[in-house]
Design a protein around this ligand. Structure first.
Ligand code: GAR
Length: 190
């Protein structure tokens, strides 16, 4: 059984989708949901799902071993960033080398880097009149949005699509591809 922790900063619809996908699995279990936002809706979802959660602040995350200690105490094998918006500190990357997976709501390397998250990404894609966008599932290394890419999936953008329409299309791709990609990736994680 592989144990995963999910990090999310907001709504957590991906976190819930992942938890539902693995419910009853004998391969993967969700040990905890972690968030940097005390009022993030993902906490409500975790409660409903019966998954323990931890709220941490920047000091816990960057300047102490609180988060790493918590994950180690649960014997977590891998970390899934599902709408998590802070840069991951090197200490956490070193504690879980090649064991942190992120989803980005665009086709990296386009629309990646600092400030490029959530609706900011979709607004920029629509403003630039792109004909397509998509999702990127990638490993996390010390360079923001630049770790090895495991999977990309695309969706067409029509002229009438708003940023909100694009966000819906991207979420649909995320729900379809992320849990399956996590499952395949985890089977190779030692
Ligand atoms: C998702 O679209 C995810 O790709 C994006 O935040 C959204 C979270 O939605 N992540 C990033 O922008 C990371 N740079 P959710 O809270 O409903 O799962």
């Amino acid at each position: 059984m592989k144990k995963i922790a999910i990090f999310a900063s907001g709504s957590g619809s991906n976190a819930e989708n992942i938890a539902n996908y693995f419910r009853g699995s004998d391969q993967v279990s969700i040990s905890a949901v972690l968030t940097n936002k005390p009022d993030a809706y993902v906490l409500e979802r975790a409660k409903k799902l019966g998954v323990p959660s931890l709220v941490f602040n920047r000091k816990d995350f960057v300047y102490s071993s609180t988060v790493i200690d918590f994950l180690k105490s649960l014997n977590v094998d891998a970390i899934i960033l599902a709408g998590f918006l802070w840069k991951v500190p090197i200490e956490l990357i070193n504690a879980f080398p090649d064991k942190i997976l992120n989803i980005h709501p665009a086709l990296l390397p386009s629309y990646g880097g600092k400030g490029m998250y959530g609706m900011n990404v979709h607004n920029a894609v629509i403003e630039n009149k792109e004909k397509e966008s998509g999702i990127t599932i990638h490993l996390v290394n010390e360079e923001y949005d630049k770790g090895a890419i495991l999977l990309q999936a695309r969706t067409a953008i029509t002229e009438s699509d708003s940023s909100e329409d694009l966000a819906k299309k991207i979420h649909a791709l995320e729900y379809a591809y992320f849990p399956v990609a996590i499952e395949a990736w985890l089977s190779g994680v030692k």
